[in-house]
Design a protein around this ligand. Structure first.
Ligand SMILES: [Fe+2]
Ligand SMILES: [Fe+2]
Length: 172
């Protein structure tokens, strides 16, 4: 792996690990609220906000950058399609969470499912897609910088909406 590819891998692995931790902490808070019967509106709102400001913007920005490179090469086209499908699954689960967030049991089960799915998806990306895409890319570090710019652009597009409201509208 070239120096640029290794640095790009480290940057995405760090980003994924922060997303996993942020997600796990918020899901744990939702579970604690479900168990105690206290504060569910607040903890569910924080999880929805995390989806809107962190998880879904990451997926969207990735599609416009890393996945666009992957889709453009025969060797990575199918794998990129699998990763895209996983993004659609994640979005579907987030939409379902939005609908059941006030129900302690169904909300907690859905929140756990999203965390498990993101663990699997980010591991698949790191293990299979990213090393190949960075090998094929002229400038892997620039590609990773574009992901961050894309995340910022998604958040800017919310305007005065909160991330939780924005994600509620994400699904139309
Ligand atoms: Fe992804
Ligand atoms: Fe990712």
């Amino acid at each position: 792996m070239s120096g640029g590819s290794a640095a790009a891998m480290r940057a995405v692995e760090l980003e994924h690990s922060e997303l996993r931790q942020g997600l796990r902490e918020r899901v744990a808070s939702v579970l604690a609220s479900a168990k105690s019967g206290e504060g569910l509106a607040e903890t569910a709102g924080e999880l929805m906000s995390f989806f809107g400001s962190e998880l879904l913007p990451h997926a969207s920005a990735e599609e416009a950058t890393i996945y666009a490179v992957g889709a453009g090469h025969k060797a990575t086209r199918l794998l990129t399609q699998v990763m895209l499908d996983e993004h659609r699954w994640l979005e579907t689960l987030v939409h379902e969470y939005q609908l059941v967030q006030n129900d302690p049991i169904r909300g907690a089960a859905k929140a756990e499912a999203i965390a498990a799915m993101f663990d699997m998806h980010s591991a698949n990306e790191e293990r299979y897609l990213l090393p190949e895409v960075f090998r094929l890319s002229d400038d892997p570090e620039a590609l990773v910088a574009q992901v961050q710019e894309g995340v910022d652009a998604v958040i800017d597009s919310f305007g005065s909406e909160t991330p939780a409201d924005a994600v509620a509208h994400w699904f139309g």
